[in-house]
Design a protein around this ligand. Structure first.
Ligand code: FNR
Length: 382
């Protein structure tokens, strides 16, 4: 029975070849930050109110002026299409069916156009800036033409983090089958056959790019390190601001100074994120970074918390601290790997129903009832 995100995680682990599961779970260096992202939620305890009418729970909100049926947005994740055939399209459909946003990664397997055609949800497009600016420009043009509502610039990958497990596994796109994982292959034979008959096990948005042909098996870190521009600065944010007509979102803000600067350039939303512990290790937990960014922004932009969300109570804590919404990465990937679109819907439903229960038990039936008075910061009970 699947009653929690942890159950979905275990189902994903049973279904996926180890190399691919390790890629999802991956973290940089010693994993301090990925662990802190979870553990720090335990330091924030609730203050509940008794005898409040909680017969009508309302977890809806708005984000960038659009209604959201649940405050959970699907984070951009490269190669989600490895987890199920047409995985990004399935995840986008799941987001649409639950009334929320799907964010397509630059590094997806399905293309910008395919995912837009599959989904009726407000889509966001996540951008990495390329050394070859004509590639960046063409990504923007394509996202605009396909109707993506917001552009989400990720700023915490000037170079790839040190993901040692992927290096040990020789993680490539498409996944290479090594002798050493023959047992995995046998165990997941059905999956592997489906994958190998898929013509799209590559970075779909760059098919035809000289650095990447469909038949190449390309080391993910090597490819991105060669293609991403390491000289990106705030000037590029200004450039994007004037070339992207819709809302601009920056993902990977960890510093209040950067938050202020982004707001002064007209950025509409900031995502407080350490990339799920996959980039700079020894950044603090995302939830611990949130309050100072919220305070710096002073309501001039919306703030989204990303990283470590595995329970509805985590979402309640983030919103109480001033987040407008939360992003989830691995939780929806587990669902996608476990059961395709239905699995992503289940991940969203589990988190949303846990959030509802938390709101009721807290005596704060609406998201708008949550503020810092709903929390106390304590050392964890031993
Ligand atoms: C990511 N993340 C990510 N972020 C981004 O801006 N562009 C990307 O292409 C990717 N790719 C990616 C792949 C995989 C497999 C994972 C797990 C994550 C980071 C992602 O958007 C988000 O910040 C984290 O996943 C949040 O942490 P949780 O929810 O996984 O704990």
């Amino acid at each position: 029975m699947t009653v929690s995100i942890e159950d979905l995680r275990q189902r994903a682990q049973r279904r996926l070849p180890r190399t691919v599961f390790d890629y999802i779970e991956g973290f940089s260096d010693d994993g301090y930050t990925v662990t802190a992202n979870r553990q720090s939620f335990d330091r924030y305890l609730f203050r509940s109110r008794a005898l409040v009418d909680v017969s009508a729970i309302d977890h809806s909100t708005t984000l960038l002026g659009e209604p959201l049926a649940t405050p959970i947005v699907l984070a951009p994740t490269g190669l989600a299409g490895l987890l199920a055939p047409r995985g990004e399209e399935l995840a986008a459909k799941a987001a649409a069916s639950r009334g929320t946003v799907f964010t397509l990664s630059t590094m997806s397997i399905g293309t910008i156009e395919e995912v837009a055609a599959a989904a009726s949800t407000p889509l966001w497009f996540q951008l990495y800036i390329w050394k070859d600016r004509s590639v960046t420009q063409s990504l923007l043009d394509r996202a605009k033409a396909a109707g993506y509502r917001a552009l989400c610039l990720t700023v915490d990958v000037p170079v790839m983090g040190n993901r040692e497990q992927d290096r040990r596994n020789g993680f490539t796109v498409p996944p290479r089958i090594h002798f050493a994982n023959v047992l995995d292959v046998l165990r997941h034979l059905g999956w592997v056959l489906r994958m190998s008959s898929s013509p799209r096990a590559t970075f779909g948005n760059f098919v035809g790019h000289p650095a990447l042909t469909r038949t190449d098996a390309v080391g993910v870190a090597r490819f991105t390190n060669h293609q991403f521009d390491t000289s990106v600065t705030w000037k590029d944010v200004e450039w994007l601001r004037s070339h992207w007509p819709g809302p601009l979102v920056i993902k990977g803000i960890t510093n209040p100074e950067d938050a202020r600067r982004a707001v002064s350039l007209g950025v509409e939303a900031l995502i407080v994120s350490n990339h799920g512990g996959r980039q700079l290790d020894f950044l603090p937990a995302a939830i611990d970074l949130l309050p100072e960014v919220v305070d710096a922004v002073e309501g001039r932009a919306e703030v989204i918390l990303d990283g470590g969300i595995r329970r509805g109570s985590d979402i309640a804590k983030a919103i109480a601290m001033g987040a407008r919404a939360c992003m989830v990465g691995r939780p929806f990937l587990y669902g996608l790997a476990a059961d395709g679109q239905a699995g992503v819907e289940l991940a969203l439903d589990l988190l949303t129903s846990e959030l509802d229960r938390t709101l009721a038990l807290l005596g704060r039936p609406r998201l708008s009832d949550l503020d810092r008075t709903a929390l106390r910061v304590d050392a964890p009970a031993s």
